[in-house]
Ligand binder design. Structure first.
Ligand code: C5P
Length: 222
C-alpha cells in the first residue's frame, strides 16, 4: 500500500519564545522541518508530502526538500485542523499520515510499525508512548485534585494514520479545539489503535528540546 503524508507547518510556535517559527530553527546541519521531511521522504511507500504553510512563510522555499517532486505545499488555516483540511484537498492516496513539522526524530522502524498495522487491520492508528510519570489532575490554582491511574494513559505522538475520507469527514464535523487528528476520529466513534513508538520521537516545543533532538538524530545516523 502507498501513502500520502500531510505536515501541518502553519503554526507560529510561540511557546519556543523565538522570533522565527520553531520548525525553521537549526538542528545540526539543517532546520527541524528539513529533518522531518527527510524522515518521511526516506520511506518508499510515501508517494506525496503535502506541507501546509503559513501565508507569511518565506523560509520553506529555501529548503532543498522543497524541490523534491513528492513535496507539494498549500496554505494552512487558523487552527491546526484547518491546516490539515487544506492539506487533505491535495492528497492523492486513500490513506494519509499526518505528522507534526516539529517531530524530526521519527524513525523508519516506527513508521513501518504504524503502516503495517493499518495494512493488516484496515484501521486507523497513531504512534504513542505509555506515560512514565505519576499523573496529577489539578485545579486552576495548581492544587492537586487527584492522581490519575497511569496504567491506561498514553502520550499521543505523530504520525497518525487514517483513511483520507474518514479523516476529512471527522475534521469537518469535529467540535471544539482539535490538538491531534485522532481526537476528531474519536468524536465520530471511529476506532483508533495506539501503536507503541519510541519516546525519542519528541515534538520540539521548548528551547531545551533542541539539544535532545540533536542527540537523538545523531544516534540514528551512526
Ligand atoms: O502548537 P503545536 O505544537 O501543537 O502545533 C502542532 C503542529 O501544527 C505544528 O507543526 C504547527 O505548525 C501546526 N499548525 C498548523 N496550523 C495552525 C496551527 C498549528 O499547521 N494554524
Amino acid at each position: 500500500r502507498l501513502f500520502s503524508a500531510i505536515v501541518p507547518a502553519a503554526g507560529i510556535g510561540s511557546r519556543m519564545g523565538q522570533s522565527i517559527p520553531k520548525q525553521y530553527l537549526s538542528l545540526g546541519d539543517q532546520c527541524i522541518l528539513a529533518h522531518t521531511l527527510d524522515a518521511l521522504l526516506a520511506h518508499p511507500a510515501i508517494t506525496q508530502i503535502v506541507v501546509a504553510l503559513n501565508p507569511q512563510d518565506a523560509d520553506f522555499a529555501t529548503l532543498p526538500q522543497s524541490h523534491d517532486p513528492r513535496v507539494v505545499t498549500t496554505t494552512g488555516g487558523a487552527e491546526r485542523a484547518d491546516s490539515v483540511l487544506a492539506g487533505l484537498q491535495l492528497v492523492s492516496q486513500d490513506w494519509v499520515l499526518v505528522h507534526d513539522a516539529a517531530r524530526p526524530c521519527l524513525t523508519r522502524h516506527d513508521l513501518d510499525k504504524l503502516m503495517t498495522h493499518a495494512q493488516q487491520n484496515e484501521q486507523g492508528a497513531i504512534l504513542a508512548t505509555p506515560v512514565r510519570d505519576t499523573m496529577k489532575r489539578a485545579n486552576e490554582q495548581q492544587q492537586i485534585l487527584h492522581t490519575e491511574e497511569r496504567q491506561h494513559l498514553w502520550h499521543a505522538l505523530t504520525p497518525q494514520l487514517f483513511p483520507r475520507q474518514a479523516l476529512l469527514q471527522a475534521l469537518q464535523e469535529a467540535q471544539g479545539p482539535i490538538t491531534d487528528e485522532a481526537s476528531a476520529m474519536e468524536q465520530t466513534g471511529y476506532p483508533v489503535k495506539l501503536i507503541q513508538g519510541c519516546a525519542s520521537n519528541i515534538k520540539v516545543t521548548q528551547a531545551e528540546d533542541l539539544a535532545l533532538a540533536e542527540f537523538y538524530l545523531r544516534q540514528q545516523h551512526r
